[in-house]
Design a binder for this molecule. Structure first.
Ligand code: ADP
Length: 501
């Protein structure tokens, strides 16, 4: 159980508060009852005491102690009424003491005389005996024949019994009530927080990729309902602004391509001019390289913005990934051989996935392109597809320079390049844009697939794309941009793949 959770803390507070309240109420009840029972007993003793007083007051002069005792026995009947009666004449002559009560609740012989001076008015005291405590009320009586102390008593056993029972009841009831209340409170708060939990689960799922999703509205009519509505409004505004910036990026990339093509054309024409001086031709050559890089960048940005916008859900088909991989390998084999690399596609097992053929091809091209770029001469690049435990896998493995461990978590980030100075063994600049792997990730996301990397610097890298439950995936397109609009970042001659929309 989470000790810091709101339900737990509320339940603990609830339990403490209830314990304090119940303890106070229990103590009040206990002492109230104690007071009530004692005053009832004391009243009853006073009434009996008045009877004895009357006997003493009405006794004619010369009445013997035995006659007084008889009158008390007859009119008060202490033994029968389970009462204790003792009459003492001042200063300390005992003239009467009742016998053992019918219920044997105390032994009168064990009740000692009042210690100290007699009280001026009736006073009660508690006298412990072997059979239990007895309450004794002592009243001084002044009669013509002398001064007497009348002591009337009764066992406190029944009063103590009732109190004990109340105490036991409270001791049993209190923990049960507190546990029930605290448990109920815990469940209540947990129930009340469930919609918030649902809201946070939905919120955790929402990212820039699925800003269309909305939080569940909590129909509680209070601050929680307002919160869910406000958050949904915020999401709508957020979606709007993200769409606007995506549209801007897509439009800007699109608009940039025409002037770039014009610049490239003009430069190429100038280079081809036989009157062009050699020095100028060289400069134009390096400018053309930058223009080509700019073109790749703009194309990459356009692809990403379209993937982000979830545009175009065309071309969503069953794709034979093994066949697609084999044909792509064939198209790239020349490039690999040019660089003295072995392109190995022997481990292609049948694998069918649902998706956009053009986009999936771009994933393979981008991964192979990187593997070729970052593997020195004599190296091997292997492509494999397989179906394992229901999931489909596409893997590109190389024996290249690898990726430093600290860089591995970032290689799929946009514009991330491990080290711009990294170049091939043959000294040829690789000239990447840092967008290739982010395009791979976006396409994988659109296909419900995950791409991951494992790499050992100096030994090679392995990029793996996992298509969960590839065998049973429905042919329902999420949002995949048009294959026709595919623009590869690759500037290498891979005709069927490198679309320059
Ligand atoms: P770029 O277009 O610059 O290659 P990517 O997004 O494709 O950008 O890759 C990002 C970075 O990851 C690259 O700069 C490169 O250093 C590294 N990288 C990608 N694939 C490999 C690989 N197979 N071997 C070594 N490094 C790689």
């Amino acid at each position: 159980m989470n000790h810091r959770s709101l339900p737990f803390r509320l339940a603990v507070w609830y339990a403490l508060l209830l314990s304090a309240t119940f303890t106070l109420v229990g103590a009040g009840m206990y002492y109230g009852l104690d007071h009530y029972l004692r005053s009832r007993l004391s009243d009853s003793l006073s009434r009996r005491s008045e009877q004895v007083e009357q006997i003493l007051q009405q006794a004619p002069a010369g009445t013997s102690d035995a006659q007084i005792a008889r009158s008390v026995d007859t009119r008060v009947a202490p033994e029968f009424n389970n009462r204790f009666v003792r009459i003492t004449r001042a200063p300390s002559t005992p003239i009467y003491r009742s016998g053992r009560p019918a219920d044997h609740s105390f032994d009168p012989t064990t009740i000692g005389p009042l210690a100290g001076p007699w009280p001026a008015r009736s006073a009660a005291r508690r006298v412990p005996t072997n059979d239990g405590p007895v309450m004794i009320s002592a009243t001084p009586v002044q009669t013509p024949s002398g001064r007497y102390l009348v002591e009337l008593g009764s066992s406190l056993e029944q009063v103590d019994d009732v109190q004990d029972r109340l105490l036991i009841l409270l001791a049993l009831l209190l923990p049960v009530l507190v546990a029930c209340a605290a448990g109920g409170g815990y469940l209540l708060v947990q129930g009340a927080l469930r919609p918030v939990e649902r809201m946070s689960q939905t919120a955790a799922r929402i990212s820039v990729q699925n800003l269309d999703e909305r939080l569940p509205i909590m129909r509680t009519g209070d601050a929680l309902q307002e919160l869910s509505l406000s958050l949904n409004h915020m999401l709508s505004r957020l979606r709007e602004s993200v769409q606007t910036s995506r549209r801007f990026l897509a439009d800007a990339s699109h608009e940039l391509r025409t002037p770039l093509t014009v610049i490239k054309g003009e430069l190429q024409e100038t280079v081809r001019d036989p009157h062009c001086p050699a020095e100028l031709r060289e400069r134009i050559g390096s400018t053309l390289e930058e223009v080509a890089r700019l073109e790749r960048l703009v194309s990459g940005l356009l692809v990403l913005s379209r993937l982000d916008a979830g545009e175009a859900q065309r071309e969503w088909l069953e794709v034979d990934l093994a066949e697609l991989a084999a044909s792509t390998v064939e198209q790239m084999r020349l490039v690999a051989e040019d660089r003295g690399l072995q392109l190995n596609a022997a481990a292609l097992q049948p694998l069918t996935v649902h998706g956009d053929r053009g986009r999936l091809k771009q994933v393979i091209v981008n991964l192979l392109d990187n593997a070729i770029k970052f593997t020195p001469r004599g190296g091997v690049v292997t492509l494999r597809t397989e179906l394992r435990e229901g999931d489909g896998y596409l893997e590109v493995t190389d024996t290249g320079i690898g990726i430093p461990t600290v860089a591995q978590p970032h290689v799929f980030d946009r514009f991330y390049r491990v080290d711009e100075a990294r170049s091939r063994e043959d000294g040829q600049e690789v000239g990447g844009t840092g967008l290739g792997l982010s395009i791979v990730r976006s396409i994988c996301f659109a296909h419900g697939a995950q791409v991951s990397v494992e790499s050992t610097p100096g030994h090679g890298s392995r990029f793996q794309v996992r298509f969960p439950q590839a065998g049973q995936r429905p042919a329902v397109p999420p949002s995949v941009p048009a294959a026709a609009e595919t623009a590869s970042r690759s500037a290498r001659p891979v005709p069927a793949v490198t679309a320059t929309s």
